[in-house]
Ligand binder design. Structure first.
Ligand SMILES: NC(=O)c1ccc[n+]([C@@H]2O[C@H](COP(=O)([O-])OP(=O)(O)OC[C@H]3O[C@@H](n4cnc5c(N)ncnc54)[C@H](OP(=O)(O)O)[C@@H]3O)[C@@H](O)[C@H]2O)c1
Length: 350
């Protein structure tokens, strides 16, 4: 058996690469035909109900506007109700049929049951569930002062996807609906200071790839992955090693390049309505997966070269930092995230 495996180790990888190289143009052609077909029969979102978690900023907010332009009914969920109010007005102006806003913590199963329950009792259906709630962090693993931040980050970035999905799934089956997942290239291209975030994103991808088999064709799953784009995550909220949430100082001084966020949100919503399995922006990052499998050393050497001595990323549009090893931060009034953030359980329908 060891001999067989040794032989296969030698033969299968190069043979697969050669086969792929020959099959690649045909596979691309088939994918293009499928894409054109699905674009023609794209889902009409009028009278459809879309629940978006993490809708109070960044990608989630822009996704809300994109669904609004398609005439969907929106349910916007996040902890900051005040921000959701403004976004709901914008969404109605853009064409959303109805907008319901709800303050909820997606890490709490009871909160998820409450907001999905209210959606069902009010609208009677859920067609798309878009999970964008998340929290990044900016510290090396060894710098962490309080280990309580570890489960907190995993809770938001992993369980914050799983709980809403678990609660909404029976209704999504009924409507033949779709789950939209916001993963990240960090799941296969991890960068320093993002260990827990990258781990949660990798877990999410495996979770939804498995779920895809379990739900078969009854519920569609669109997994989106993207590199760094301008939003609160790259310019705003981050968790520090002490478990404090702080703001990138630059957020106030040079507004995020929101054009990228809008463009990304547009491609996610277009992909979801087309029934795409993946939305990758930009998709050339996929090539790193090939290196990771066939030549991980090349990838490691390249990244060592690209990173500054203290592990400071110098490319891939990473968040701006000052010259030391610490990111430049707003110093006033950090808000502890290790405790439960205070918010009211309320909802409002416009
Ligand atoms: N921006 C990027 O460069 C980038 C790159 C790769 C992947 N992504 C992915 O894209 C998605 C959105 O990222 P983003 O950049 O738009 O982040 P963001 O602007 O920081 O938004 C995160 C959202 O999650 C909400 N949230 C956080 N914890 C929550 C909780 N416990 N319960 C309910 N809502 C919660 C926040 O609202 P409240 O604070 O009001 O609750 C906020 O609306 C994430 O999945 C992220 O991983 C982003």
């Amino acid at each position: 058996m060891d001999f067989v495996n040794s032989l296969l180790n030698l033969v299968v990888p190069p043979a697969s690469l050669v086969m792929l190289a020959f099959a690649w143009p045909t596979l691309c052609f088939i994918r293009a035909i499928e894409w054109a077909f699905r674009s023609f029969y794209t889902e009409n979102m009028e009278d459809k109900v879309v629940v978006i978690t993490g809708a109070s900023s960044g990608v989630g907010e822009q996704i809300a506007y994109e669904y609004a332009k398609r005439g969907a009914t929106l349910v916007l969920v996040a902890k900051r109700l005040q921000r959701l109010r403004g976004i709901s007005e914008g969404a109605r102006r853009l064409g959303a049929q109805h907008v319901m806003i709800m303050a909820a913590d997606v890490v709490k199963e009871d909160d998820c049951r409450r907001f999905i329950g209210e959606v069902i009792s009010y609208y009677g259906r859920v067609d798309h569930l878009v999970n964008t709630a998340s929290l990044g962090h900016s510290f090396f693993f060894e710098e962490a002062i309080d280990t309580a931040v570890f489960p907190h980050l995993m809770d938001i970035n992993f369980w914050g996807n799983v709980y809403p999905t678990f609660v909404a799934l029976p209704y999504l089956r009924e409507s033949n609906g779709r789950i939209v997942v916001n993963a990240s290239i960090e799941s296969w291209l991890p960068l320093p200071r993002m260990s827990l975030y990258a781990a949660a994103k990798a877990a999410i991808i495996n979770f939804y790839e498995t779920l895809r088999f379990e739900v078969k064709d009854e519920v569609g799953i669109t997994i989106s992955t993207h590199g760094w784009i301008g939003s609160a995550m790259t310019t705003g909220k981050f968790m520090l090693e002490e478990g404090l949430e702080m703001q990138w100082k630059e957020e106030r001084e040079s507004p995020a390049s929101s054009g990228h966020v809008e463009e990304f949100a547009r491609s996610i919503v277009a992909g979801a309505c087309r029934g795409d399995t993946y939305v990758k922006v930009p998709n050339w990052y996929d090539v790193f997966m090939v290196y990771r499998v066939f030549s991980p050393d090349v990838l490691r050497w390249t990244f060592r070269l690209l990173l500054a001595p203290q592990g400071k990323p110098i490319m891939l549009d990473s968040p701006p930092r000052v010259s030391g090893s610490r990111p430049m931060l707003e110093t006033s009034s950090p808000r502890s995230l290790t405790g439960s953030p205070g918010f009211n359980h309320q909802h409002k329908v416009d």
